[in-house]
Design a protein around this ligand. Structure first.
Ligand SMILES: Cc1ncc(COP(=O)(O)O)c(C=O)c1O
Length: 278
């Protein structure tokens, strides 16, 4: 933790590449060697997107490993119209996205891509006599790519998901989720007593209730916490929360395999009704 450096973000919660540059310079001047930058496409809290190309250039110049974490939003890259979010990804050394988050695959299944597997193999390979198999060098021995020797065949269930829905089927579902998130965002924008708290680029909507006449931030936070607890206790919908700039934020994720518009409409109706009673 002592060696973890957090980099400043802008108003959209995206990493500021100028701040990254300054942070690296300051570290170098202080005699430290930055070794890895983790950029995110779709942060956990608000699905913010870091400027991968700008960050990648800084990393290449300073010989720093760039890992891109697209655990949740990576699924959106199945849509050609969403790939601009990954602009510059060719500069990354490693990339991860989790089909278990938004690509309809049972937990757990993370897809990890690495530019140079030799880096992993040199780090993790162990070769006692009994692991010197005849296929060595002809197949990928994934046991040499990480800490564990044994692993489950997670790719199989992902393969079945892809076979079952087809790439077009997955695209249709993801497009629907994006549309539903935009629908909810526009409803929130039109409501005087709700507000969006982060850009809606994917299928997560971050918002809060703003009851008229209450301006004290601590009270607004309390009301929203109470709203979330009441809604979740009702058993009809389930949302999570975060804090963005100190504001208690409700998070609605629209990514379930069989979600339809009426589910989101009903949820929004319930949120407004419940808020009105608080
Ligand atoms: C951006 C991001 N990275 C990583 C994770 C954690 O992923 P994993 O389940 O692979 O530990 C999450 C989970 O919420 C996430 O949103």
């Amino acid at each position: 933790r002592k060696n973890l450096v957090k980099v400043a973000v802008d108003k959209n919660f995206s990493m500021q590449s100028s701040a990254l540059h300054d942070t690296i310079e300051a570290d170098l001047e202080a005699g430290f060697q930055p070794l890895c930058v983790i950029a995110t496409i779709g942060t956990t809290g608000s699905t913010a997107v870091d400027p991968i190309r700008q960050i990648g250039k800084i990393c290449s110049k300073n010989n720093i490993w760039l890992h891109v974490d697209a655990a949740y939003a990576g699924t959106a890259m199945v849509l050609p119209e969403m790939r601009h979010f990954a602009d510059g990804l060719e500069l990354a050394d490693s990339y991860v996205f989790n089909p278990h988050k938004w690509m309809f695959t049972n937990f757990d299944c993370s897809a990890y891509f690495v530019r140079d597997p030799q880096m992993l193999i040199r780090t993790f390979e162990i070769l006692p006599e009994y692991l010197k198999t005849r296929t060595r060098g002809q197949v990928n021995d994934y046991r040499d790519w990480g800490v564990a020797l044994g692993r489950r065949f997670r790719a199989l269930k992902l393969w079945f998901v892809i076979r079952n829905f087809g790439v077009e089927g997955i695209r249709q579902k993801v497009r629907l989720h994006l549309e539903l998130a935009q629908w909810l965002a526009s409803e929130i924008r039109q409501s005087a007593d709700f507000e969006l708290l982060a850009p809606v680029d994917f299928s997560l909507v971050c918002f809060r209730y703003l009851p008229s006449g209450i301006t004290d931030e601590a009270s607004i936070n309390e009301i929203n916490e109470q709203l979330l607890q009441t809604l979740n206790a009702g058993g009809k919908l389930y949302m999570t929360h975060t804090k963005l700039n100190g504001k208690y934020t409700l998070r609605m994720v629209i990514a379930q395999t069989y979600v339809e518009k009426h589910h989101v409409e009903n949820a929004w109706k319930l949120i407004r009704e419940t808020a009105g009673k608080i």
